[in-house]
Design a protein around this ligand. Structure first.
Ligand code: ADP
Ligand code: MG
Length: 725
């Protein structure tokens, strides 16, 4: 097809498309299949010898080291269960630093001499795998001659069977480490940071009288925003296909300004998709809970129920894969990019964080007596100290080329990391800073007794949508992570900075008490000290306002606007020391994270720059030339018959067309001159030279889109992609 053909055909195809009906069997009750494909505690209890089950549970619930003696028994039970579920293969699933999920599949069946095959799955196969993984990014941690990486079973994250028309697979969540034990993945540090944070939280609980408290873990509830576009449009847009975002596209006449999409009725086709994904997620034991339209047209959100950080992170990856495959089944593409459409609200992934255990629940919930409230305030104070001391690291944990399009724009929290406490809690800390808090603002009863701290009603309080780190009643919500990111980086960072703060607090309190101080007084003094030293990170105002930028500066809070401003935080002296001290990352591992951050940044922008050049040259330019030719021919014909000739139309296309040609040449030259070492210099070049060169191409192209005859325009427009579902 010529010219506009691709786009017009896409529109026709979209119109003719009949989405698959979503049918539920009569036997299927809502939620009835929950966890059907999970090798869960319940399944293990049924299938494992009692002593083996107890041993595995001790590892999962109390963080005891895994007893290698039980591996064979677990492997045998897991294999039988998986075969009954129709699995033919098993896979060690791991999370390399690309941010994607990787799997290595092996058959259960080994041929035996007589021509038949025997299902084999020994304990050692369960515990350890060895994928040929030399091409995963490792930031210098592995030379190719020692390219071996090992996967190791993570007992705390349940195995599951993934269904596929070509055969089912038993999936075993694993860590991925180098021969020398360095982390090549996102899971290993999560487990390490979890352990560090838990240990120090438990010291504090002991001081509050919970000597034998259960293991403390972090909880995470990730809210995921995403876009859906019809696949016909998606396939007609090389930018969406290859970069996940549109590199061209003029703003639609109707944007999101009507707010008519937010929480509006969900289109029927999308509802079918949602029901289908939820069924799949339920089978995998992922507690998908809420769903609604988001701010932008074509944008939606899902928030699974919170779980232990480690499991939530695995589930989050699985959720994204499930969304992608299910969307395809429904003729749509699921876009997780932070900013698929310029000028339209982008997507984030809010990481709701708390810590606690099943016995005490979240430790970030105000109690109903002064004693519990003191404990709550201590954990809140830990958050305040952690975020103040290491705001730069939190910023770095969400830094990516794709998230740069969103963070700091007026739709996502600014790059300045501050804490929102809500009026009531802020008021309590204000009083603490002045000496003692004796009253509690807001509704509910005030308990002013012998204890020096007020009672706090468990009211989630007001919401502040502009804060990057907001208290929401029983948790903090980290709102800066990007929709495409794994949640591991943010959780690892939060766990580790919390470990440091909790360690500090535990040591202070233990010392004070050992020195004969009264516990209540020691707590009071400590809270005063923390809020005095770190209270400047608390901000309850409008994070989107310009004033805040100035105010934050005067408070000394870092404002790391872009990825390249933020990444060096990873190798700052304080960061290296922190992660090393809590044994989450050694210095080499931190440097590798930094290198990979730079590499991913450079690669992302490189791909986009080449795509911009290619699409500009082969799609936009020819369309504009055709239009120009048609107009010119028309004018010539008019002139030939002596009619009056108006050059407006011709000028309208010729100006931007010439701009486009110039911009394409500049971009092409810029690409040719880019330094070719994957270093800071190359990344800076991408930011300072390539990005502006791409913008110039886009500006000219978008102007042309508003000029060129609609039937000649080759790319599906924003309006079509956003409004036709
Ligand atoms: P909102 O959009 O108003 O922020 P949602 O209901 O969409 O709220 O999402 C809230 C998320 O926070 C859910 O994933 C929920 O499970 C999670 N969450 C609730 N309580 C906790 C907690 N104590 N710790 C961590 N996450 C939590
Ligand atoms: Mg939220």
């Amino acid at each position: 097809m010529t010219g506009n053909g691709v786009r017009l055909r896409a529109i026709k195809d979209v119109e003719a498309y009949v989405p698959p009906a979503v049918t539920f069997l009569d036997s299927e009750t809502p939620g009835g299949n929950f966890g059907a494909n999970v090798f869960s505690k319940m399944v293990m209890q049924k299938r494992l010898p009692k002593s083996v089950f107890k041993s595995v549970m001790a590892t999962i619930d109390q963080g005891m080291p895994l007893d290698p003696m039980v591996a064979d028994a677990v492997a045998a039970a897991m294999k039988d269960w998986a075969l009954e579920k129709g699995a033919t293969h098993y896979a060690h699933v791991f999370y390399p630093l690309t941010g994607l999920t990787a799997e290595k599949h092996d058959s259960f069946f080994d041929p035996v001499g007589d021509g038949s095959a025997l299902a084999e799955f020994a304990g050692k196969t369960l515990i350890q795998g060895e994928p040929d993984a030399s091409s995963f990014p490792n930031g210098g941690l592995r030379n190719t001659f020692e390219a071996r990486g090992y996967t190791g079973w993570d007992v705390t994250s349940p195995a599951y069977v993934l269904e596929n028309p070509n055969g089912n697979t038993l999936c075993i969540p694993t860590v991925f480490v180098s021969m020398t034990g360095e982390a090549l993945d996102h899971k290993t540090p999560l487990l390490r940071s979890q352990q560090a944070m838990g240990k120090h939280a438990e010291r504090i609980l002991a001081l509050f009288g919970h000597e034998d408290a259960e293991h403390v873990v972090s909880f995470c509830g990730p809210e995921q925003e995403y876009f859906l576009v019809d696949r016909h449009f998606f396939l007609a847009r090389p930018d969406l296909l290859n970069a996940g975002r549109t590199l061209f596209g003029s703003k639609p006449p109707k944007g999101q300004e009507f707010d008519d999409h937010y929480f509006g009725a969900i289109p029927e086709r999308v509802l079918g998709f949602m029901m289908d994904t939820e069924r799949e997620l339920f089978k995998l034991g992922i507690p998908a809970k809420t769903r609604h339209n988001e701010v932008a047209p074509g944008q939606f959100e899902i928030a699974p129920m919170f779980e232990r950080g480690n499991i939530a992170a695995d589930h989050q990856q699985l959720l994204m894969t499930t969304f992608k495959t299910t969307a395809k089944k429904h003729g749509m593409e699921c876009l997780f990019h932070e900013k698929p459409f310029e000028g339209v609200n982008g997507s984030g992934k809010h990481v709701n964080f708390s810590l606690g255990n099943s016995e005490l629940g979240s430790l970030l919930v105000p109690g109903d007596n002064p004693h519990d409230n003191a404990q709550f305030l201590v954990f809140c104070a830990a958050v305040i100290r952690a975020v103040h001391k290491y705001g730069g690291l939190l910023r770095a944990s969400v830094a990516s080329a794709t998230n740069d399009h969103r963070l700091g724009a007026n739709e996502a929290p600014p790059a300045i990391i501050s804490v929102f406490l809500g009026d009531q809690l802020a008021d309590v800390f204000d009083q603490i800073a002045k000496g003692a808090a004796t009253s509690s603002k807001g509704k509910g009863t005030m308990l002013i007794g012998a204890d020096t701290l007020p009672a706090l009603p468990t009211d989630p309080g007001d919401r502040n949508r502009t804060s990057p780190f907001a208290f929401t009643g029983n948790r903090f919500e980290f709102r800066a992570p990007g929709s495409m990111q794994t949640v591991n980086g943010p959780i690892v960072t939060i766990n580790t900075i919390m470990a440091e703060a909790l360690d500090f607090i535990a040591t202070e309190l233990e010392t004070a008490v050992a020195d004969g101080a009264e516990f209540d007084t020691a707590v009071q003094n400590l809270l005063t000290e923390i809020i005095t030293d770190h209270g400047s990170v608390v901000f309850n105002g409008d994070g989107y306002s310009d004033n805040w930028q100035l105010e934050a500066e005067s408070r000394g809070l870092p404002n790391l606007r872009t990825t390249l401003d933020a990444l060096p935080e990873l190798i700052s002296e304080s960061a290296l020391e922190l992660f090393d001290k809590y044994q989450v990352f050694n210095n080499r591992e931190m440097h590798s994270r930094y290198e990979i951050g730079l590499e991913q940044y450079t690669l992302t922008i490189g791909v986009e720059a080449r795509l911009t050049l290619e699409m500009g040259t082969t799609i936009v330019l020819p369309a504009a030339v055709r239009h120009q030719t048609e107009v010119a021919q028309n004018l010539a014909a008019l002139k030939a018959v002596g009619a009056e000739v108006d050059l407006t139309l011709l000028n309208a296309v010729s100006g931007p067309l010439s701009d486009l040609r110039t911009a394409l040449t500049t971009l092409s030259d810029a690409l040719a001159e880019q330094p070719r070492e994957l270093t800071l210099e190359e990344a800076q070049y991408a930011q300072k030279v390539l990005l502006p060169a791409m913008t110039a191409v886009r500006t000219a192209a978008d102007t042309l889109e508003d000029v060129v005859a609609d039937d000649l325009w080759p790319l599906p427009t924003y309006q079509e992609m956003l409004y036709i579902l």
